[in-house]
Design a protein around this ligand. Structure first.
Ligand code: NAP
Length: 256
């Protein structure tokens, strides 16, 4: 009787990057391109996607495709994922990177702005993950990586709408990890601190700001490893441990 070997795992060769024009994601994509990977880029600006596509091809990517879509249009998600799988002839790695830094004061005055921010930073990610998780579970391998934030570790008055979105994504990823670990699917939560990107252009810079290249490289390494939660830079793990340890009765009085 002939024996059939299980399908070869080809992790890291067929990659979908959602929110690909993010400064951080672009740095990760540049490193992935050097590994002669097949990449499908999703963003909302066709112009930026085409420029990135050309750059990645020059850097060594084997093939690059792109699709422009506003990720808040949740009913487009199934189509975008189906198209990526079709163009790449499979899928083994996903990086979700899109997001907006919510204007907290505007959100406090507007229910619709708050819901819009929650859609961009949370619901869209949960929608994408729901579809992708089923695909990877059936395939019995894959890597799902999402850029969340340290802001999701504890609610603060200065950015709790953004923090709520990221915190919900963190819990969702925790549950997915628990569900998919036996399906050989790696679920990685990336929690950067401050990063100097277009998202933070209006934020006053301090010594804690990291550059997108450093963060992009850390994510590139995380895509290949077996880590569950990755703080970038690493010192944020200690900072957030300390912040989470402050008793609520004290924390609520602090101006944070
Ligand atoms: N920068 C930080 O300090 C920091 C800290 C912690 C976590 N993060 C997270 O890191 C990730 C990447 O952010 P970044 O710092 O690299 O900022 P960025 O360069 O401003 O990237 C954000 C990306 O999200 C895309 N985007 C936003 N809304 C979208 C929508 N509705 N549909 C499609 N694309 C959309 C933007 O597209 P356009 O280019 O078309 O605007 C942009 O490419 C985000 O999830 C962010 O929350 C950032």
């Amino acid at each position: 009787m002939p024996t059939h070997a299980p399908p070869q795992r080809d992790i890291g060769m067929k990659i979908l990057i959602i929110g690909a024009t993010s400064a951080i994601a672009q740095e990760t994509a540049k490193l992935l391109a050097q590994d002669r990977t097949d990449i499908f880029l999703v963003g909302r600006s066709q112009e930026k996607l085409l420029a990135l596509e050309q750059d990645l091809l020059v850097r060594g990517a084997r093939q690059v495709h792109n699709m422009a879509v506003d990720l808040c249009l949740l009913d487009h998600h199934q189509h975008l994922i189906d198209t990526a799988i079709d163009r790449l002839n499979g899928l083994d790695t996903v990086l979700i990177a899109h997001g907006t830094l919510s204007d907290q004061q505007h959100c406090e005055q507007s229910v619709s702005k708050t819901l819009q921010e929650l859609t961009t930073n949370c619901l869209s990610t949960i929608s994408l993950l729901t579809i992708l998780a089923n695909y990877f579970q059936q395939q019995q391998y894959g890597c799902l990586t999402v850029i969340s934030s340290v802001a999701g570790d504890r609610g603060r008055q200065s950015n709790y709408v953004y923090g709520t979105a990221k915190g919900a994504v963190n819990i969702f990823l925790e549950g997915l990890r628990n569900r998919l670990t036996h399906a050989n699917v790696n679920v990685v939560t990336v929690k950067p601190g401050f990063v100097d990107t277009p998202m933070t252009e209006r934020v006053k810079k301090n010594l804690l700001f990291a550059d997108p290249k450093t963060v992009g490289k850390r994510i590139y390494l995380a895509l290949q490893g077996k880590k569950d939660i990755v703080y970038v830079p690493l010192y944020w793990a200690l900072i957030m441990k300390t912040i989470r340890a402050i008793p609520e009765r004290i924390f609520k009085t602090l101006k944070l």
